[in-house]
Each structure stands twice: as structure tokens, then as C-alpha cells.
Design a protein around this ligand. Structure first.
Ligand SMILES: [Zn+2]
Length: 280
């Protein structure tokens, strides 16, 4: 569920606590978290490394962990999937969440802990060397990091089959959008989610690019959307939910025209839209 604005908010909230800090000890409580790496190997690899950089691509967060003495740079790639959380706890702060859902704990030299918590257990912390990193990260354009305008969006989408909603969710085309912001971007652009990209004209691509970038940046300014699980790295809720125009608002009036927001099934996903603002 965390999409680009939520992952970027977590990254920004963790950065001041983690940059330059050394991992003194680590504990991985559930084997699935580290993918194919054995828990013991994972712990041995990260301990005594420091966090030199914390960056993001799409919905992925990457910790750059250089070795203490000129060894190989290691990356820890985090994907939160449905319900994953990364949380920094200052020294002596209590962690109140269920131990059954606390999958990894990193103790920092000098005090403080980084906790990886996940109710649904789809989230991952994967180790990668530099040469393996590209295969773990999405190849699509990140609308916030790379920018996006109508021309770029047209190049990405124009020759693609499939409906707009499905294309916006493809992380090999654009990375960072999920169900919430895909629906919101299409509503902002006045485009029906089941329309095909092939039928769009230049003005449509321009409106959609503006819709995508504007909704992501506004959500980021409000530190993301908290519906249920999502919290920042400091444990705070995002405040953008009240500004959503269609997502999660089925049966309520469209904020643009007042017609009732509807949901349909598109690309296997429940999709919210306004049939008056977004004609087929
Ligand atoms: Zn409307």
C-alpha cells in the first residue's frame, strides 16, 4: 500500500536519524524477510557497516552500506509491499507493536533502533552488490526523481496495449504509482481508467502527466496518505487522505462536479472514478 509519497516520506523521516550511523547489531526474526539470504549471513553482512546514503526509486528504498575498511559497497533494498513499516526508535523509547510482526531490528551504535514491522509479511529487506542492484529496482521512470511531462508520458504509453489504469500501475513504465495515486491522477486528468492509451491525444497526455506529478507532490507535502497501516519513520500518520478526490470515496460526491463517485473493476483492481468527469 505505501506508494511513492509514503515511501519518500519514510525516507525523509529516517534520514536524519540514520545517516552516518553504524549498525552495531542486527536481529532478523523471520526468514522470509531477507529473501534468499540466510538470516545469519544477512546479519553478518550488515553489522559494523554504516549508512552512507538512504535513497529511493519508485516504492523501493535503498540503504548504501559501505564496508568499514574499503571493502565492497553493499546495498540493502527495502520494499514495504502491503503493510511494511520502517520505524526509528530513539534510545529508551518503547516499541509497543506485536513481536510477531516485528521482523527485523537494527541496533545503532550510540543508541537507537531501526525496526522493520510488517503485519502481512510481504515486505522484504534484500542485500545486493552494486552490479545486482538494477535487477532489484523498477526500471520505469520515477515521476518525482526524473520529472514527467506530456511528451515523456506519450513516449512511455502511446504504443502500449491495455487500459490506462493497468499501464499506470506497471512499475517498468512509471514507478511509484499504486492504486490510490493512479485513480487520483486519472481523475485529475479527466480520463476514464478503462480507456486505452492508443486513443489519447497530446492534450490528454499533458493533463495526465500534470495529474500524476501534482498528486504525488501534494501527497508528499502532506506526508502521504494514511488509511490504515502507513506511518512515517517517526510513527506519524500522513495527512493527505482528506484531500483524496475519488479513492476510498465511493458513493460520496465528486469534489469537482458533485456526481456520485463510483467503483469498477479494472485490471483486476477496484478502481474509483467519476463517470461525469471521466467519460468512457
Ligand atoms: Zn466529477
Amino acid at each position: 500500500m505505501p506508494e511513492l509519497p509514503e515511501v519518500e516520506t519514510i525516507r525523509r523521516s529516517l534520514e536524519p536519524h540514520l545517516l552516518g550511523r553504524t549498525i552495531a547489531a542486527a536481529e532478523v526474526r523471520h526468514a522470509h524477510v531477507t529473501g534468499g539470504t540466510a538470516r545469519r549471513d544477512f546479519v553478518a553482512a550488515v553489522v559494523q557497516r554504516s549508512v552512507a546514503r538512504l535513497w529511493r526509486r519508485g516504492k523501493y528504498m535503498v540503504f548504501d552500506l559501505p564496508a568499514a575498511e574499503g571493502g565492497v559497497l553493499l546495498h540493502m533494498v527495502c520494499h514495504l509491499r502491503m503493510t511494511g513499516r520502517l520505524r526509528y526508535l530513539p534510545p529508551r523509547a518503547r516499541w509497543e507493536e506485536s513481536p510477531a510482526h516485528t521482523h527485523a531490528v537494527f541496533r545503532l551504535r550510540g543508541g537507537g533502533r531501526l525496526i522493520f514491522h510488517d503485519v502481512r509479511k510481504f515486505g522484504r529487506l534484500l542485500l545486493a552488490r552494486a552490479e545486482d542492484l538494477p535487477s532489484l529496482l523498477p526500471s520505469g521512470r520515477d515521476p518525482v526523481l526524473d520529472g514527467l511531462d506530456g511528451r515523456a508520458l506519450r513516449q512511455i504509453l502511446a504504443a502500449r496495449r491495455g487500459c490506462l489504469k493497468a499501464l499506470l500501475l506497471r512499475q517498468d513504465l512509471l514507478c511509484g504509482l499504486g492504486n490510490i495515486y493512479a485513480d487520483e491522477a486519472l481523475h485529475r486528468a479527466g480520463l476514464h481508467p478503462a480507456r486505452s492509451a492508443a486513443g489519447l491525444v497530446e492534450a490528454d497526455f499533458s493533463r495526465l502527466a500534470v495529474g500524476i506529478v501534482s498528486v504525488l507532490e501534494e501527497a508528499l507535502a502532506f506526508r502521504g496518505t494514511t488509511l490504515l497501516d502507513y506511518r512515517s519513520g517517526d510513527g506519524e500518520k500522513g495527512a493527505f487522505a482528506q484531500y483524496l478526490r475519488v479513492y476510498g470515496r465511493c458513493g460520496r460526491p465528486c469534489r469537482t462536479c458533485g456526481a456520485s463517485v463510483e467503483t469498477i473493476r479494472v485490471a483486476g483492481r477496484t478502481t474509483a472514478f467519476c463517470s461525469r468527469c471521466q467519460r468512457p
